[in-house]
Design a binder for this molecule. Structure first.
Ligand code: MN3
Length: 206
């Protein structure tokens, strides 16, 4: 039996990212959306385990889509919460150290990076995520997008910073204006967390 997956606690209060992201959005996003991914992931993995025990390949295969969707949702949101921080806990500052150097080398400047990131994530059709990742093959930073809840690692890119552009992430506050949400989100990006992920990714691929 595989272990049960659990909803991680937010590392700050629901309203701690205001005014950039409202407490109402954060509470619904975490307590309802992320929780549902975890619940449905556990249901799907249980069914998968039971099917595997019976050697029922067709039943195993029928769970893979649910595991990818809900498992991806669990992975992505677990990263997202830690990628953000209230301004009094370092949110919205600039990247430091080797991450700052790498962003400058790859994109010219932080401003250029943000412009290019928002230009990639803004037009995603339907639901998905914008990412800054570390490409395991090229060993360079890369901007990427994924659809639905697909995990970035499936593309061979280690996620460093993920921005949820599903409407549930911003609609109650920004309505249909995703570009405004993408413009504001940088006020609460936790660059310290992104830098830690960058160092770990480099070490993993060294
Ligand atoms: Mn979401």
């Amino acid at each position: 039996m595989s272990k049960k997956f659990e909803l991680p606690e937010l590392p700050y209060a629901f309203d701690a990212l205001e005014p950039t992201i409202s407490g109402e959005i954060m509470k619904i996003h975490h307590d309802m959306h992320h929780k549902a991914y975890v619940t449905n992931l556990n249901i799907a993995t249980e069914k998968y385990d039971a099917a595997e025990k019976n050697g029922d390949l067709a039943a195993m295969a029928s769970q893979l889509s649910a595991i990818n969707f809900n498992g991806g949702g669990h992975i992505n949101h677990s990263i997202f919460w830690t990628n953000l921080a209230p301004t009094n806990q370092g949110g919205g500052t600039s990247p430091q150290g080797e991450l700052a150097d790498a962003i400058k080398a790859e994109f010219g400047s932080l401003e250029n990076f943000i412009t290019r990131f928002n230009a990639a994530a803004g037009p995603i059709q339907g639901s998905g995520w914008g990412w800054l990742g570390y490409n395991k093959t090229t060993k360079r930073l890369e901007i990427a997008v994924t659809a639905n809840q697909d995990p970035l690692i499936a593309k061979g890119i280690i996620p460093l910073l993920g921005i949820d552009v599903w409407e549930h992430a911003y609609y109650l506050q920004y309505k249909n204006v995703r570009p405004d949400y993408l413009k504001a989100i940088w006020n609460v990006v936790n660059w310290k967390n992104v830098a830690e992920r960058y160092s770990a990714a480099k070490a993993e691929c060294a």
